[in-house]
Design a protein around this ligand. Structure first.
Ligand SMILES: [Zn+2]
Length: 183
């Protein structure tokens, strides 16, 4: 069997598992270094360097969450965009802390985040292309990035994260979860 034929040329996922946006969004070839783009402020501008979303994922700066178990959870939460998280967010709030292995699992921790984002997004408009939201979590590690405070009467912390909605390298709709201080 030729594996190449089983992948969608638009969303690049197996044809039985198209991205939820695939029917509505036509992607384009990503720009390359040296391409000239028509910049809204600077006019025709040569792209000297280009740090792509794909490259950030490859470098581990971003964690891609478009495959299972996360893809299934995204779909269950009604998220139709491609989801990625910064390494800092994924490590601290999704990965299970050593002391909670057995009582917590990665799917449950991930779900708490995307579900609370989904609830916030249904209540409030995005500020530009950004949204701040809060959820309760037992963070991985002891440090405080200034985006957490103790939740009333327990060991949980109330955490604030930022979500940015933006096009990916090929124009596909993406959500990126990050610390409020990250950009
Ligand atoms: Zn597709």
């Amino acid at each position: 069997m030729d594996c190449a034929e089983t992948y969608c040329v638009n969303c690049r996922k197996p044809v039985g598992r198209h991205r939820p946006w695939c029917e509505k969004v036509q992607t384009s070839a990503p720009p390359k270094q040296g391409d000239t783009i028509d910049h809204p402020t600077f006019g025709p501008t040569e792209l000297i360097s280009l740090y792509s979303r794909a490259q950030a994922i490859e470098d581990g700066v971003l964690v891609d969450c478009t495959d299972d178990p996360f893809d299934e959870l995204n779909r269950n939460a009604g998220l139709i965009f491609d989801v990625a998280m910064t390494h800092a967010v994924f490590h601290r709030y999704v990965e299970v802390p050593e002391q909670f292995r057995g009582s917590q699992d990665i799917k449950g921790r991930y779900w708490d985040i995307i579900w609370m984002f989904r609830s916030a997004a249904s209540r409030q408009k995005l500020n530009g292309n950004e949204l701040l939201f809060e959820f309760l979590c037992l963070p991985n590690g002891a440090e405080n990035d200034g985006n957490e405070k103790p939740a009333a009467g327990g060991i949980y912390r109330e955490v604030q994260l930022k979500v940015v909605a933006s096009p990916g390298d090929r124009g596909e709709p993406c959500l990126t979860f990050m610390l409020p201080s990250e950009d």
